[in-house]
Design a protein around this ligand. Sequence first.
Ligand SMILES: NC(=O)c1ccc[n+]([C@@H]2O[C@H](COP(=O)([O-])OP(=O)(O)OC[C@H]3O[C@@H](n4cnc5c(N)ncnc54)[C@H](O)[C@@H]3O)[C@@H](O)[C@H]2O)c1
Length: 426
Amino acid sequence: MNVAVIGIGRIGLPLSAAIAGAGHQVFGCDINAERVALVNRGENPIPDEAGLGDLLRRVVASGNLRATTDTIAAVGKCEAVLFAVAVDVNDEGTADLTPLFAAADTVGRGIRPGTLCIFDTTLPIGTTRAELAPRLESGGLKLGRDFSVAFSPERLLMGRVIEDLKKYPKLVGGVDPDGGPRAAAFYKRAFGDDANVRVLANAETAELTKLAEGAYRDLNIALANELAQVADAYGIDIAEVTGAANSQPYSHIHTPGTGVGGHCIPVYPRFLIQGRGPSALSSLGRDVNDAMPRYAAERVAGLIGGLEGKRVLILGLTFRPNVAVTPHTNAVDLLREFAGRGALVHGHDALLSEAGVRSLGFEPAAEPLAGYDVAVVHAYHDAYQDYDWRRIAPLVLDARNAMDRTAVEAAGVRYLGIGRPVSVGE
Ligand SMILES: NC(=O)c1ccc[n+]([C@@H]2O[C@H](COP(=O)([O-])OP(=O)(O)OC[C@H]3O[C@@H](n4cnc5c(N)ncnc54)[C@H](O)[C@@H]3O)[C@@H](O)[C@H]2O)c1
């Protein structure tokens, strides 16, 4: 079948390559002409996405994937159109749907009768039906009669998209009565009869399901963060507590840390907050998690007699380890909190260029990394695992409780985690 994917970014490109790899003809549509040209040369713009490089080379060489900026022409040749254009929050904290609206307007001018349109991007409840489906009628076709619409959230971890595409059940919910069943049939065709697809009552059910997954994780992390502060108040190690609590099947407490980053988990509770129904917990979770960088900076300040003039190195500026993705990264919140207390802060990221480090507001650290008062390990990239912490700083703050404290201590360095007692010694 012929499939158009609108937006060949972190999600849309691996999705396009996976469908093309299954033997379908995929048109990857994007407004970014540079990216389109790169993809058509078989070059991978997302090197940290596992398996994408080889797959991309293969499907571009076979002609199964073609990237294009001419979305209208591409969708006119396709029976299915998938939307993977990102939706972020604006300064007011509500969903910025402008790019997705623009994409839907364009697609509406090109689709042919019989097309199935699926929105993959996480959305506030009701958006697919009330805002997006009507835009697809801009070319004169009628929803339900001429084309179908469904919402089907991506449930993927960046860096592992290709593997995750088939790992979890694909959830689909229709706007028109045919939307859900047609989307289910599409995914079976795209990924094989053994693809696990669950048809939900409607698009709104699927939209809320995705928001529920995100809100659950944000709140769970907020609980972990609150418990970590309780642990600190008593000198208890939260890692021992959660390990013990989670040894029975009713407890799934996540790992505390200096907040929640990326353009998924911290964003989706906002979609609940802007919608109908109560959202007290969603707001509270955001507040608790957003306060963690301040908490961490104050904890360090308390340990080393204030931060004024102290040399602080923040390592791992991406929102999580081993992917070069920075939206809503808490590293910038840590910079604000440490610098705001007078510390001289440098940034380092094994995955980012110097310009990338600067673009986040950091002064890049000079190599070799040495002579700091505190090293704050935010995203613990694999590249940091063999670092000689003793050379870098006498105190390491493990901002995500991701490091092996015994290894840090064995190197003669004090270790401090979130909700974890600082190493005894000095
Ligand atoms: N990144 C994740 O880990 C993740 C996980 C699950 C779900 N999602 C969802 O996927 C969505 C997409 O995220 P992403 O990380 O791929 O974003 P991205 O920014 O990497 O990619 C979006 C792409 O869309 C293109 N685009 C923008 N407007 C367009 C238009 N009018 N026509 C065609 N292309 C257009 C952009 O140029 C860009 O290449 C997110 O909003 C989120 O809801 C993301």
